[in-house]
Design a protein around this ligand. Structure first.
Ligand SMILES: Cc1cc2nc3c(=O)[nH]c(=O)nc-3n(C[C@H](O)[C@H](O)[C@H](O)COP(=O)(O)OP(=O)(O)OC[C@H]3O[C@@H](n4cnc5c(N)ncnc54)[C@H](O)[C@@H]3O)c2cc1C
Length: 295
C-alpha cells in the first residue's frame, strides 16, 4: 500500500515510523520537517523547515491526493495530533489514533478506556490516517540519507515565533531505561530525594503520579499517565503509587514493574512483576545501598 510518513527530522521517531511502514509497503515516502539531511532511504522526500500543523494542511492534502497515498503515518506528537484531525476532515478519511500494534490484513490495535482495554480496528477505506504511539515499535536502522525537494507551503496562517524545549533535569522520562516514580504515598517533597538516590544509582530518571504532582512535590513535566508522559522503561519502580487506571495507562509498555506499597490490596500489585508490601522508607534506602554495592 502506498505509504507516506509525516515527521520532524528525528532519527528515533522516523525509525519507528519506518518500522510501521514496512507492514504496509517496501519503501515509504516522507514529508520531513526540520533542517539538515533526511535520514534513511525513502522514495520521494519533501522537506520544509519546522512549522505548526495549521500551515501544512493544504500542501499535505494536495500531495496525498496527487500521489494517491493509502496510508499516512505520524507519531503521537503535537505535529501528528495537530494534523490528523484536519487531514481526516478534509480528505473524508478515517483516522485511528494512538496505534500500538499492526496486525495482518489492515488490522490496527489501540488502547481504549484510558488503557483498560485494547481494540482492534480494520482499515476498510483509504487513505487511512494513523498516529503511532512512541516506543511501541523498534526503530528501524536508517542507512544513508535521501535527497529532498522543498515543500512549498501555500499558506503561512500561523507564524512559529519560538520553540522552547521543556527543561529536562536529568534523563528525559521517554528515554530512560529505569524510572523510579513516586506517588502521594511518598509523603512530602523532600522524601523524593530517596527516589532520586535510587535513580542515580541506576542511571535512571525520577517520575511521579498525578497525586504527587497535585501535592506540588514533583514538576508536572514528570507526571506519568493518561494526562502525562507515556513511558516504556525496562524497569519501572512505582513507590507509594496506588495504581489508578489513568496512571497505568502511561506505563502499559514497561517491561518490568516493581511496586512498593504498604497496602497489600493496592491495584498497582496487579500490574507489578515484583511487589514489596511495606513502608517504602524502610526498604528503598536498603535497595539503593544494595544496588550501590553491586556496581
Ligand atoms: C481525567 C483524569 C486523568 C488523570 N491522569 C492521570 C495521570 O496522567 N497520571 C496519574 O498518575 N494519575 C492521573 N489521574 C489521577 C488518578 O486517578 C489517581 O488519582 C492518581 O494516579 C493517584 O495518585 P497516587 O497513586 O500517587 O495517590 P493515591 O491514590 O493517594 O495512592 C497513594 C498510595 O501510596 C501508598 N502509601 C502511602 N504511604 C506509603 C508508604 N509510606 N510506603 C508505601 N506506600 C505508601 C498508599 O497505600 C496508596 O496506595 C487522572 C485522573 C483523571 C480523572
Amino acid at each position: 500500500m502506498k505509504t507516506l510518513i509525516i515527521e520532524n527530522i528525528d532519527p528515533k521517531k522516523i525509525g519507528e515510523l519506518m518500522t510501521v511502514s514496512q507492514k504496509f509497503c517496501e519503501i515509504p515516502d516522507i514529508i520531513a520537517l526540520g533542517d539538515g539531511p533526511v535520514p534513511g532511504k525513502f522514495g520521494k522526500v519533501w522537506q520544509t523547515p519546522k512549522t505548526v500543523a495549521a500551515n501544512l494542511i493544504s500542501s499535505v492534502v494536495n500531495i496525498i491526493q496527487e500521489e494517491k497515498y493509502e496510508i499516512i503515518l505520524m507519531s503521537v506528537s503535537t505535529l501528528g495530533t495537530g494534523l490528523a484531525g484536519p487531514l481526516s476532515a478534509t480528505l473524508s478519511a478515517p483516522v485511528v489514533t494512538e496505534v500500538t500494534a499492526i496486525h495482518p490484513d489492515r488490522v490496527v490495535e489501540r488502547p481504549i478506556y484510558g488503557g483498560k482495554a485494547m481494540i482492534k480496528q480494520k482499515l476498510e477505506s483509504t487513505p487511512a490516517i494513523l498516529t503511532i504511539r512512541r516506543k511501541y515499535f523498534e526503530p528501524a536502522t536508517l542507512d544513508g540519507t535521501t535527497a529532498s525537494t522543498p515543500l512549498s507551503l501555500d499558506a503561512d496562517k500561523v507564524r512559529l515565533v519560538a520553540e522552547k524545549n521543556e527543561q529536562a533535569d536529568g534523563i528525559p522520562l521517554e528515554d530512560a531505561a529505569v524510572i523510579v516514580s513516586g506517588g502521594r504515598g511518598v509523603g512530602d517533597k523532600d522524601s523524593f530525594a530517596l527516589l532520586q538516590a535510587m535513580a542515580d544509582q541506576l542511571n535512571g530518571a525520577v517520575g511521579a503520579s498525578r497525586g504527587a504532582v497535585d501535592e506540588g512535590w514533583a514538576s508536572p513535566t514528570r507526571q506519568i499517565g493518561q494526562t502525562g508522559k507515556i513511558v516504556a522503561p525496562d524497569v519501572y519502580f512505582a513507590v507509594g503509587i496506588s495504581g489508578a487506571s489513568q496512571h497505568l495507562a502511561g506505563i502499559a509498555n514497561s517491561k518490568c514493574v516493581v511496586a512498593i506499597n504498604k497496602d497489600a490490596e493496592a491495584n498497582i500489585f496487579n500490574r507489578a512483576r515484583f511487589g514489596l508490601v511495606c513502608d517504602y522508607k524502610k526498604i528503598l534506602p536498603l535497595l539503593t545501598e544494595a544496588v550501590k554495592e553491586k556496581r
